[in-house]
Design a protein around this ligand. Structure first.
Ligand SMILES: Cc1cc2nc3c(=O)[nH]c(=O)nc-3n(C[C@H](O)[C@H](O)[C@H](O)COP(=O)(O)OP(=O)(O)OC[C@H]3O[C@@H](n4cnc5c(N)ncnc54)[C@H](O)[C@@H]3O)c2cc1C
Length: 564
């Protein structure tokens, strides 16, 4: 029999200890904010889902001090991130897309990190161990969230300790719903999601097949898509680069009755022969491209990760988008709880993150419909001149259409919060918005550029937990007035003088103010006319200037900018 017991009090309750809940706990715990994380399962999930971590997500891992662990858990450094299209592993190759900027340890020009392939079955335990090492975090497995109500200046959640079958109440100032696609909170509050709710029914088959590449002539590839006369409905994702794969099959008939699916046969068909292998687990899932119509309920409950947006995994964006949510709301919660965050700071979570969710979902929608709409000719696998022609034409189509699907540096690093109520628009034209290409810029709202500093750190490494004011060169104005404004409002600020002219050129202005999440809040060649107005703006206590251009550096040389 269950019974209720005394309430647990916490500033922040995180519902769900999946990747996004753990990421948020890392952000909050890194800042010393106490929080309670409840996860209904007894351990991290052990069936593979997300594998592709983009460079921005790796920058977050770097901030939490787990980037090396993630790289070590990922596929070996030399494992190619190739996306291969073929009729079968013993059949014909149709197209091959290389992704040289992914994997390994070599930094890119635009980031101190590279995209990695580390599945959630390894990532979540890494994040879990990290979170457990943070004194302010209380992570509890086998605890299920049940109900929630906002009650004036706090929220009361009803939760259950599943091991004891005992109900408890949690009194929190804020609740962050990281409970994934089936979010009980989103459902309980009737938050609708817009987009395409059913775009495919799938089976995910977890397979062990040691050194599979030694049994065929296609070499190693991270992603293998099978192009068959019946369409593109099977694929294989390399997990550890040694022996583990996620074999995907699309079709309602498989989804409806997974127990009757002959996974052995489906796998052996695409390999083309019987090779040593073991089917480890089978799960079904529905592909959707949807975004919640709001990311918040009242003033104290917020949605993040899959609870807020779901997209087809073909473009590897779901988890990466969720990690961005966590880093955005993390510093804002800290600021509000510490007393220096203004009354509008938490409002900016939805206005900044929901457009990113919509942008990423729309990319997932277009690249997945591209896959779904591919209709291979019937002769695609035939050993005939017609078959050869069909493969050549299909390969050309795939190479042209799919590069945009797999090369998404613009989505990974180029998303920006503009307009934003807490960034200061300087009136310059926004840089191009591209899915594939990314050029570093200090345009307000953008991720602040990466450059190596003379002490060997990346600029990315110096941002947070408060604001960072970068001052470039001797001619930059003294920053005393700004520092005074920050100290008047008790907002943490570090001023960093950077003498390297190349870094200065990259940052485009003499003074650049960077938020705790590494996005540019303000930039100028001159001091702001009212330093306190600037501080209030960036801490969420100022007027909303999203439609105005109140301040612009008088000596700014537009031609020198890289924002076009
Ligand atoms: C086949 C597949 C492949 C994918 N590949 C990629 C990829 O390559 N790249 C990418 O970026 N994304 C990918 N994704 C998406 C990615 O897996 C998700 O976006 C990611 O897991 C979202 O993390 P989350 O923490 O928001 O949700 P989840 O990982 O779903 O975690 C939610 C957690 O909340 C817990 N929970 C739920 N309800 C309660 C409750 N009432 N009480 C307590 N706990 C609760 C759950 O048990 C769960 O642990 C893929 C998804 C699938 C299905």
């Amino acid at each position: 029999m269950s019974s209720a017991s005394a309430a647990i009090e916490t500033p922040v309750l995180i519902v769900g200890g999946g990747s996004v809940g753990l990421a948020l706990a890392s952000e909050l715990g890194g800042r010393g904010v106490p929080c309670l994380v409840l996860e209904q399962n007894d351990k991290p999930a052990d069936h593979p889902r997300a594998t592709a971590l983009n460079a921005r997500s790796m920058e977050f891992m770097r901030r939490w001090g787990v980037a090396d662990a993630v790289r070590e858990a990922a596929a070996p450094e030399d494992f190619p991130h190739t996306a291969l299209y073929c009729t079968a592993l013993d059949g014909y190759e149709i197209a091959r897309l290389e992704r040289p900027n992914h994997g390994g340890r070599k930094a890119q020009a635009t980031s101190p990190e590279q995209a990695q392939r580390c599945n959630q079955i390894w990532l979540d335990p890494i994040l879990c161990a990290h979170v457990q090492s943070l004194p302010s975090i209380d992570l509890r497995f086998c605890w299920r969230f049940e109900e929630l109500r906002e009650d004036g200046d706090h929220v009361v959640a009803t939760v259950r300790d599943l091991t004891q079958d005992r109900q408890h109440h949690v009194i929190a100032q804020y609740v962050i719903d990281c409970s994934g696609g089936h979010s009980p909170i989103r459902r309980a509050f009737g938050i609708t999601m817009s987009g395409s709710p059913h775009i495919g029914y799938h089976l995910s088959i977890y397979v062990r097949a040691p050194a599979l590449w030694t049994h065929h002539d296609k070499g190693k590839a991270a992603l293998i898509n099978f192009v068959e006369p019946t369409g593109l409905w099977r694929n294989m994702v390399t997990l550890d680069g040694r022996e583990l794969y996620r074999f995907g099959v699309r079709g309602k008939e498989y989804y409806d009755d997974p127990d009757r699916v002959d996974a052995e046969r489906l796998f052996t068909e695409v390999v083309g022969k019987n090779v040593p292998h073991e089917i480890m687990s089978v799960r079904r899932w529905t592909a959707r491209n949807v975004v919640a119509d709001t990311y918040r309920v009242g003033s104290r409950i917020f949605l993040a990760g899959d609870a807020a947006h779901l997209n087809h995994p073909a473009s590897g964006l779901g988890l990466n988008t969720g990690l961005g949510d966590a880093t955005n709301i993390g510093w804002k919660l800290h600021a509000v709880l510490a007393g220096w965050g203004g009354p509008m700071l938490l409002d900016s979570y939805e206005s900044e993150r929901r457009p990113v969710g919509i942008r990423n979902i729309s990319h997932a929608e277009s690249s997945n419909s591209n896959d779904r709409n591919q209709k291979p000719p019937l002769e695609i696998a035939d050993d005939t001149p017609a078959g050869e022609k069909a493969r050549r034409e299909m390969g050309d189509r795939i190479s042209k259409g799919m590069t945009r699907k797999f090369v998404t540096d613009g989505l990974a690093l180029g998303y920006r919060y503009a307009p934003s109520s807490i960034c200061w628009d300087d009136g310059t034209p926004p840089p191009p918005d591209s899915v594939s290409d990314y050029a570093q810029t200090s345009y307000p709202g953008s991720r602040a550029p990466h450059a190596w500093l003379s002490d060997g750190r990346s600029t990315i490494d110096v941002f947070g937990p408060g604001f960072t004011l970068l001052r470039f060169g001797d001619k930059a104005p003294p920053t005393t007035a700004i520092e005074h404004g920050f100290s008047q409002r008790d907002v943490p600020l570090v001023v960093l003088n950077v003498t390297d002219p190349e870094v200065g050129a990259l940052y485009e202005r003499a003074l650049v103010l960077v938020r705790p999440d590494g996005h540019v809040a303000w930039r100028s060649d001159t001091l702001p006319p009212d330093a306190l107005a600037l501080v209030d703006r960036v801490r969420g206590a100022g007027e909303d200037h999203t439609t105005t251009t109140p301040h612009r550096g008088a000596t700014h040389d537009e031609a020198a900018g890289v924002d076009r």
